[in-house]
Design a protein around this ligand. Sequence first.
Ligand code: ADP
Ligand code: MG
Length: 582
Amino acid sequence: MEKIRLLPDEVASQVAAGEVVERPASVVKELVENSLDAGASRIVVDFVRSGSQLIRVADDGFGMDREDALLSLERHATSKIRSAGDLATVTTMGFRGEALPSIASVSRFRLVTRSRGADAGTEILVAGGKIESVADSGEAPGTSIEVRSLFFNVPARKKFLRGEETEAAHIIHQMQSLALAHPNVAMTLSRESRKIWQAAASDDLGVRLRDLFGEDFLRRLLPLESVEENGITLSGYLSKPGESRPDRDQQFMILNGRVIQCPAFFQPLREAYAEALPRGRHPLAVLRISMDPAAFDCNVHPAKREIRLHRPDLVRQAVYLAARRFLERLRTPAAPTPLSAPAVPPKTTEPESPPAEPAPARPKNSGATPLPLVAAFEPPPQAGWNLEAQTGDEEHFQLIGGLNNRWILMQGPDGLVLLSIRAASERILFENLRREMQSGSVPAQRLLIPEVLELPVKDAAWVSENLPILNTSGFSLEPFGGNTFKLEALPSALSGRDARSTLLDICELLRASGSLGNPTLAGESLARSVSSLAAIEGFSYEESRARQLVRELLRCELPYASPRGHPTMIQWSFFELERKFH
Ligand code: ADP
Ligand code: MG
C-alpha cells in the first residue's frame, strides 16, 4: 500500500475542477454568476467554437483591487460568506470560493479587473493553475475573464467533451437560463463575434422571453399571475393548453434567482398538464419561484444545480395548484386574459442576427393526429383568436351534422368545428366521475353473483395498496387471500362488462399512466382509466343526442382536451378556409 500524502495544490484544484467544471457551459455559468454577484448591470459573453478554445465574460460590476484579485484565485477564497451559519441564508449565486481557482487550474486564464474609483486595474495571467504574470492594466471598471484552451492539461477530461455543436448548444441553453433568471441585467451572447442574441435590461420577463426566443415563442405562452401557496410565491409564463414539446428543454425553473433542476418542480407541472397534453409531451414553462432560503439547501451539488428541499411535498402542491388554476382560469367566462399574445411593448431594435436556437415551429394541423383545439389551427395574423374564451356558450355552436358516426360537425364563432364523440364522451365521464369520487357518491352496479378474481402478482399488489381508492370509485373489492379478490360491484359507467378483464384493463391503464404508487394521483388516474374504458366511440347522428353531448362538454372545466390529453374539438377557421380556396 502507498503512503498517504497531501496532494499538491495544483492537483487538488484540478480534482475540484472536475466537479465544478464539467464542460465549457459550466465555465460560462460560474463566470456569469460571479458577474451577477458583483452587481453587474451589463454582461457580455463571447465564445469560440465549442467554448473550449475561448470563453470571455466581461461585466461592469464592482471589480476587484489587486489584493482581492490575487486572493480570488486561491481555493476557498470567497467574499460571500464568512461562516457555515451564513450558508442557510446565502443570497448570492456563489459562496464556495472554488470556481475561479478550479477554472484557472485547467485552462490558460486571463483576469482583468478594476474596482470602481481605482486609478488602475490589474491583469493576471495564469496557465494550468500557475500564476505567470501580474501587471497594471488600463481597462474600464469591472471585470473581464478569458478562459482559453480549456482542459489543455487534463486530456482525460477533454476526451469527455461532446461535439462542437453540442457543447455550443449547452452554452446557449445555459445563457438562456441565466438571462431568464435575471431579466434586469442586460446580456449579450456572441459566438465567434457574431451576436446570437442581445437582451436589454427589463423588469418584464415577457420582454426577456421575446429577446431570447422571439415573438412566436411568446405567443405560445401566457403569463402566470403571481400566486402564493404554502409560503411559496410563483409567477412566470406557462404554455397554453395544447402547446408542447417532446422534451423539457423549454422548462426553466428559477428558484430565488437560481436555475435549478429538481423533480419537485417538474413533476407536478407535468401532472397539472396531464389532461391538456398527450402523453409524452411537456408544457413550456418559465417559473419563477421564491421561497425562504432556509426552506432548502443549495449546497448539495458542486454546480448548485440541484437543491434539497426540506418540505418537497409543499412545493409539489404549490406548483401543481398554480398550474392547475392557470389552466382552469382559461376556461371561466370572466377570464381576464383571452388566449392571444400577452401585451409586450414592441421591440425597438431588431436583433442583428437570427437566434441560434429558434423557437420550435408551431405544430401543423395537417397530420393524422390533430392537436388540441387551441393548437390545431393557425391564428389569423391580426384577428382575435379567443374561441376558447367563448366555448362556454353553446349558442356559439350551430350543429351541421354527423361524420362517419364518430364526429360531429358544427359551425363555431370562427369557423368549422369537428368534435370527436369519443374524446368528448371521455371528458364528460371523467369530470362526472371525479366529482362523484370527491363527494363519495359514485353510482355502482352490484354484480348478481360476486366474482372471485385471481390477479397477476404485480397487479394484486397494486390493487391491495389502492383498495380504499378503488372502493370510492364504484368498485367494491375485498381481499380474498393471496392474490385473489372478491368483486361485488363495478362503477355503473362500466356495467355490463366482464369484471375480470375490466379490472385488468384498469391496472394496465394505470401502469401506462405511470401514476402507480402515487396515492394523490391514483384517484385522478383511476377516473381517467374508467372514463377511457367507458367512453362511447360514436353514434349515428341524431340532433338531440349531439346537442346534449355538446352541452355537457361545454359545461366541463377543461372541455378542449380529453382527460388523456387528446383534442375534443379541432377547428378550421374561416380565415384559413378562405386562404385554402384562394
Ligand atoms: P465564489 O463565487 O463562490 O465566492 P469564485 O471562485 O467564483 O467563488 O470567486 C471568488 C471570489 O472572487 C468571489 O467571492 C468574488 O469576491 C471575486 N470575484 C469573482 N468574479 C468576480 C467578478 N466578476 N467581479 C468581482 N469580483 C469577482
Ligand atoms: Mg462564483
